[in-house]
Design a protein around this ligand. Structure first.
Ligand code: ZN
Length: 257
C-alpha cells in the first residue's frame, strides 16, 4: 500500500471509531458495542476460500464459502434490512471469487481461440423490481461493483488478471418478468417455474450476443435460479463461462430468493 493510501485508510478508520463513540452502535456480526462491523468480524468476512462445484450438472460455479455465520447475518441485513454500508465487507469477500472467475473467463477466451478483445460481462441475477424499489438498490449489482473495484486495485501486479479486470464490465442484462415471487417455501416444480421468470430485455440482446458472461448471484442452492438465468443468456447467443456465488447453501427452503 502506498503512503497516501495508508494515510487515507488511517483517517477512515479514525472517523469510524469517532462515529462509534458519538453514535453508539453494535457490530452486525457479533453484536458487541462497536462500529457497524468490528475489526475481527470484518476480517472474517473479507477472508474466504473459493470453492468450485458444478451446479445443475452444467455450470462451473465458484462460491465464496457457505451461507452461514457472520456472512449470512450480514447478507440478510444488507439484502433485507437496507444496511447499505455492509456492501463494503461483502463486496470485498466477493472479490476473491471474482478474481478467479475472471481467470476462468480469460482461459475460456484463449481456449475458444476467438481472440476477440471483447470485454467479459459480469451479469447479476436480477431481483424482483418491487424488491429493488423497496430496498433502494440492486444488491448484487452493488456487490459486483465493489468486488470489481477491489480486484482492479489488488491485482495490479498480475498483468493478465489486471487486463481482464480492467476490461470487465458489469452489465444488467437480465430482468425478472411478471409473476416472479421469492423462492422461499416453493416446492421443487414451482421453484423451477418461478426461476424461469427471467429474460434478456430486447435492448440488451445485441450487446450480449457472442460475449463471455460471468453470471453472479448471492446464494446458490439447487441451481434453479442460475440455470434459468444462464439459459436466458445463452438463448441470445452469450457464452456463460462460469457462475460466481457469494454463498453456497444446502437447500433448507429458507434461503434462495
Ligand atoms: Zn463483530
Amino acid at each position: 500500500m502506498t503512503e497516501p493510501a495508508r494515510f487515507l485508510v488511517f483517517m477512515r478508520e479514525l472517523a469510524l471509531d469517532l462515529l462509534a463513540v458519538v453514535w453508539p452502535t453494535q457490530c452486525a456480526g457479533c453484536g458487541r458495542a462497536d462500529r457497524d462491523l468490528c475489526g475481527p468480524c470484518a476480517r472474517e468476512v473479507r477472508t474466504c476460500t473459493v470453492g468450485r462445484s458444478e451446479v445443475g450438472g452444467r455450470w462451473l460455479t465458484l462460491s465464496c464459502g457457505e451461507y452461514s455465520g457472520v456472512v449470512r447475518d450480514l447478507l440478510v441485513r444488507f439484502k433485507h434490512g437496507g444496511e447499505f454500508g455492509l456492501h463494503r465487507a461483502l463486496g470485498d469477500r466477493l472479490a476473491g471469487g471474482l478474481a478467479e472467475a475472471l481467470a476462468v473467463s480469460a482461459a475460456a477466451a484463449q481456449h475458444s481461440g476467438s481472440g476477440a478483445p471483447t470485454a467479459p460481462l459480469i451479469v447479476p441475477v436480477p431481483s424482483r423490481r418491487a424488491r429493488v424499489r423497496s430496498r433502494g438498490y440492486a444488491h448484487m449489482t452493488v456487490l459486483a461493483q465493489r468486488a470489481l473495484r477491489r480486484v482492479k486495485r489488488a491485482n495490479w501486479a498480475d498483468n493478465d488478471l489486471a487486463r481482464e479486470a480492467s476490461r470487465a464490465l458489469i452489465y444488467r442484462g437480465l430482468v425478472t418478468t411478471r409473476g416472479r415471487t421469492g423462492q422461499v417455501g416453493l416446492r421443487s416444480q414451482d421453484r423451477i417455474r418461478n426461476a424461469r421468470r427471467v429474460r434478456v430485455p430486447a435492448r440488451c440482446e445485441r450487446i450480449l450476443r457472442g460475449r463471455q458472461v460471468i453470471l453472479i448471484d448471492d446464494i446458490v442452492t439447487t441451481g434453479a435460479t442460475i440455470s434459468a438465468a444462464a439459459e436466458a443468456l445463452i438463448g441470445v447467443g452469450a457464452q456463460v463461462t462460469c457462475v460466481l456465488a457469494m454463498c453456497r447453501a444446502e437447500r433448507t427452503d429458507s434461503v434462495e430468493n
